[in-house]
Write a protein that binds this ligand. Structure first.
Ligand code: GLC
Ligand code: CA
Length: 588
């Protein structure tokens, strides 16, 4: 059972100093700081549906764990399930409600688990099925749910289905994958490219046909047009639901179907990072048939009250909207990964996007980081305010209306640690595309638990090197520092779990002409939360006029800021430090 005390959510300053600083804050104009009250309470997601009719996953904070890199219990340099279990108290304390564990199934590890050779077992590297059951059970005790990663687009070439498929043209599983004749000697069936480097077709000498792989050649695409594939895959989900898994993150759903006629993709000017011609992925991606499969997977999920999160790389809000299903019968949580593509911090750009997502009418799912993209800390860093920016971005996506998915280590400000030379690279795309494409090792480094040997991740040499920043950015040190990124996250998440306005409130944009400070309100009944985020490197005065949203004479109670200095007197404006966050509760 989770309970968070309001006292924990006052501004990120030394706890002993809080009272002093609050005394120092001059209460003037509209700005009135409140005192803390103790209100323990269970978080809403304990029940299947809350008073407002929201299912648990709408208010849950999800946390992505890359199992190789989270915690190593048997000291072989690779993280494992028991390692995760040993850290559940840390996660509960942080305010995490569900963990998404990236693939931990048997795999040759060509794509570090995203090449699955058995969907219904645990890779011995990560532990046993008993360890998995224990993770789920221990999670349950703490009200932390477990979400698995379901690689729906392809299997490993070592999966028994593919082994049989490639054995002969008439094998039982031949049509479970996509086999075609070449266009001529040495010529693949068409011009489609693998997103991981070369042609998307590989000639298999045994039967002299090509098989299709959107990712590595060791990841043959399943043929979802075959009803037997569909049935087998739906059965996999039920296998895990029966083991108390609360849902799946569906991997690479955009690429489930390909054009039956194998039409060549249009070639565009220029070349990509692998030196290949640019192409519009018109016939190998986002085909409408994907939605039929989403509906069927959803049907199975609904039998067990489970949630489906989608890895949905959409180009715009309209594409994202489609993944919820015309009748809300597809993915409950298609990830909005669009913010990860924004370059620089521009309040206008964020305001426009958030407005459009809210306008679309679905429950948003914001993500700023994951195991495939440069860590958010590194992406946003300006060299001078890195930690401040990390806090501000946390305040952004953890106070918006919708579900948030965190990436491990983000809460301590972990940064990318890219390989320094080609021979250090582990991720095959880094080897193939070096130096333009360094691969994804940099964002997958071991979780930084302490400033000690191997940052407390393992007693053995970790599979990827620990970034130098582990000395300053690690759980143990940041726990002790009230001004750390971790302390900020903890306070923020505590607030998020406790305050109905942050959970249920409408999103209303504020100060829409301000290009530096992103301002909005989450309004719920007679109260609201006001969030101001200075996205610029200079101090800004943010206007504080809430009359337009129905609070002409509001009482404003500061709940959390990332400010370094005490709030000076204010009069209708909030002085915002560079890259800072200000969160207040307003009542009528
Ligand atoms: C998804 C995963 C990525 C993986 C790819 C192929 O994009 O997030 O890590 O390499 O699918 O399975
Ligand atoms: Ca291990």
């Amino acid at each position: 059972m989770k309970s968070h005390r309001v006292c924990d959510v006052l501004p990120s300053m030394q706890r002993e100093e809080k009272t002093n600083v609050f005394k120092k804050m001059v209460v003037a104009g509209l700005l009135v700081a409140g005192l803390c009250a103790v209100a323990p309470g269970a978080s809403a997601q304990q029940k299947a549906v809350d008073a407002e009719g929201h299912p648990w996953w709408q208010h849950a904070v999800f946390y992505e764990i890359y199992p190789r890199s989270f915690a190593d219990s048997n000291n072989d340099g690779i993280g494992d399930l028991n390692g995760i279990t040993s850290k559940l108290d840390y996660l509960t304390d942080l305010g995490v409600d569900a963990i998404w564990v990236t693939p931990c199934f048997p795999s040759p590890q060509v794509d570090f688990g995203y090449d699955v050779s058995d969907y219904e077992a645990i890779d011995p590297m990560y532990g046993t099925m008993k360890d998995f059951d224990s993770l789920v059970a221990e999670g349950k005790k703490r009200n932390v749910r477990v979400i698995l990663d379901f690689v729906v687009n392809h299997t490993s070439d070592k999966h028994k289905w593919f082994q049989d498929s490639r054995s002969s043209k008439t094998s039982e599983h031949r049509d479970w994958f996509i086999w075609r004749d070449g266009k001529g000697p040495g010529q693949p069936p068409n011009n489609w490219l693998s997103t991981f480097g070369l042609s998307a077709w590989k000639l298999d000498p045994k039967t002299n046909q090509y098989y299709y792989h959107y990712f590595y050649p060791e990841q043959p695409d399943l043929n979802w047009r075959n009803p037997a594939v569909e049935k087998a895959m739906l059965d996999v989900t039920r296998f895990w639901y029966k083991r108390d898994v609360s849902g799946f993150r569906l991997d690479a759903v955009d690429t489930l179907f390909e054009d039956l006629k194998l039409t060549d993709n249009p070639v565009l000017p220029g070349t990509d990072k692998f030196g290949r011609p640019n192409m519009e992925e018109k016939y190998d991606k986002k085909l409408p048939e994907v939605h039929d499969v989403m509906r069927k997977l959803r049907g199975a999920a609904d039998e067990y009250g489970s949630v489906l999160i989608g890895e949905t790389w959409t180009a715009n809000v309209s594409e994202l909207k489609d993944y919820y299903g015309a009748n809300n019968d597809e993915l409950q949580l298609p990830m909005d990964l669009m913010m990860t593509g924004f370059r620089g911090l521009h309040a206008d750009e964020y305001r426009k996007h958030i407005g459009a997502v809210n306008g679309a009418g679905h429950w948003p799912v914001y993500v700023i980081s994951n195991h495939d993209i440069m860590r958010s800390y590194t992406r946003y860093a300006d060299g001078a305010h890195n930690d401040d920016i990390a806090k501000m971005m946390a305040a952004l996506y953890l106070t918006l209306r919708g579900t948030a998915i965190m990436y491990y280590g983000e809460e301590i400000g972990m940064e990318n640690n890219d390989p320094k030379s080609k021979d250090e690279v582990q991720d095959p795309i880094g080897k193939l595309g070096w130096p333009l494409e360094k691969g994804r090792d940099g964002e997958r480094t071991p979780m930084q638990w302490t400033d000690g040997q191997n940052d407390g991740f393992s007693r053995a040499k970790p599979w990827l090197p620990v970034p130098p920043s582990a000395k300053t950015h690690n759980v143990a040190s940041e726990m002790k520092d009230q001004n750390s990124i971790l302390s900020f996250y903890r306070q923020l998440l505590a607030l998020r779990h406790k305050e109905p306005a942050l959970l249920e409130g409408d999103y209303l944009a504020l100060n829409e002409n301000d290009s530096n400070v992103l301002g909005y309100v989450r309004r719920y009944k007679d109260e609201a939360f006001l969030i101001l985020l200075n996205m610029s490197g200079t101090e800004q005065q943010a206007r504080l006029d809430l009359s337009s949203i129905g609070f002409p004479m509001p009482k404003v109670r500061v709940m959390l800021t990332s400010f370094h200095k005490p709030l000076p007197p204010a009069n209708g404006f909030v002085p915002m430090e560079p890259y800072s966050a200000f969160i207040a509760k307003i009542t009528k």
